[in-house]
Design a protein around this ligand. Structure first.
Ligand SMILES: NC(=O)c1ccc[n+]([C@@H]2O[C@H](COP(=O)([O-])OP(=O)(O)OC[C@H]3O[C@@H](n4cnc5c(N)ncnc54)[C@H](O)[C@@H]3O)[C@@H](O)[C@H]2O)c1
Length: 350
């Protein structure tokens, strides 16, 4: 069996996770790492002494590699990914694929022209719990999905080049598109830049999907507690997926409300509240990044598109662009009429 020769570009926080997986996967041979920071190169070299390390990723083009994984800051993704594709390498690039849909389109086109795999690291599309969640929705167990609510908040890590939307929302947008199997038809966002005046650190994203399914994502770098939670409310049952839970990640609640048929005796608005059992499905957990890296290798070897291909990355960036536009312009807001008294005084005015 052919063993794919792989290089990793960027060995900061996330790159070493990609590297570890490519080292451990039998069909891959991680042979080189590039990072501008010598300290990071010393770190990976200590763990994997046989690795070739370099500060200049162009050196990787001389090694006869088949593919690269790029885990550098998002502002560098486009230039590095384009360079690698132009040198005939298959590319796995971290999320967000680029910082503009124009750039993402260029990469997709280039990969198509060269018949190369272009994949984006939408890790949650490979998460067994997210996949189980999709299966539960698709099975109809929850009934018609009314709405989805996601929360992805904690304290930090603040970024200085891009706002919280570009950093954290790629995960939620890719999860929502994946589990609902549809593209959103409308997007809006609001938020605040609390610590640095020009970089939003908290955002509330609103997405409208076909069939009147609405989704809301709260993302923040400024929250006392780490929360990673998705709630799906359906016409038959409700579900909560808590990614922080080590074992019991998904709970299905047999809870709901039914509107009773109209009777003349009791008036026309009678609701029946149902409080049934809670079921915790058994999910066999494998590291999502392992599944993602394997999908990259399989797609290169078998010439098949990966689950999160370049087009997937492009769609997410298109949604992020619109959401960011809404966030910056505040165009989802309707202002209340001006009053003579404001704030606390208004409460005491009467
Ligand atoms: N899929 C996930 O769950 C997940 C999680 C964390 C981060 N990420 C993504 O991974 C990427 C990297 O994030 P991070 O947290 O590791 O950032 P980081 O800042 O910790 O690491 C980035 C590394 O890239 C290096 N670098 C920058 N420009 C370079 C260049 N031109 N050539 C070689 N090296 C260069 C830096 O020196 C640094 O070591 C981002 O796109 C981020 O969104 C994904």
């Amino acid at each position: 069996m052919y063993t794919l020769k792989i290089g990793v570009i960027g060995a900061g926080y996330w790159g070493p996770n990609l590297l570890r997986n490519f080292v451990e996967i039998p069909d891959a041979d991680a042979i080189a790492v590039a990072d501008l920071d010598e300290e990071r190169l010393r770190f990976v070299k200590k763990r994997y002494p046989s690795l070739m390390v370099t500060q200049d990723y162009h050196d990787l083009f001389e090694l006869g590699l088949d593919a690269v994984a790029i885990a550098t800051p998002p502002s560098t993704h486009y230039a590095i990914a384009r360079d690698c594709l132009e040198h005939g390498l298959h590319v796995l690039v971290e999320k967000p694929i680029t910082l503009s849909s124009h750039d993402a389109e260029m990469l997709v086109e280039l990969a198509d022209q060269r018949n190369l795999t272009l994949m984006v690291g939408h890790t949650f599309a490979y998460n067994p719990a997210v996949r189980a969640l999709k299966e539960i929705i698709d099975s109809g167990e929850l009934g018609q999905v009314y709405y989805v609510d996601t929360v992805r908040v904690n304290l930090g890590l603040f970024q200085n080049q891009l706002n919280v939307l570009w950093d954290l929302a790629p995960h939620d947008i890719s999860i929502l598109r994946f589990i609902l199997g549809a593209e959103p038809i409308a997007v809006g966002a609001c938020g605040a830049a609390c610590i640095c005046s020009d970089i939003h650190d908290v955002a509330y994203l609103y997405l409208e999907f076909p069939d009147q399914v609405v989704a809301h994502s709260h993302i923040s770098w400024l929250d006392p507690a780490k929360v990673r939670r998705i709630t799906v409310v359906g016409s038959k049952k409700m579900l909560v997926y808590d990614d922080i839970e080590p074992l019991e990640k998904i709970r299905i609640y047999d809870k709901g409300i039914e509107r009773l048929p109209h009777t003349d005796t009791f008036g026309d608005f009678q609701l029946n509240y149902r409080y049934g059992d809670i079921v915790i499905p058994n999910i066999r957990f494998t590291e999502p990044l392992r599944i993602e890296c394997q999908d990259f290798i399989d797609s290169v070897v078998n010439h098949t598109p990966p689950v999160s291909d370049g087009n997937d990355g492009l769609q997410v960036v298109k949604i992020l662009e619109l959401a960011d536009c809404s966030l910056q312009q505040g165009n989802g807001r309707l202002h209340l009429p001006e009053r003579e008294v404001h704030g606390r005084d208004a409460l005491h005015a009467n």
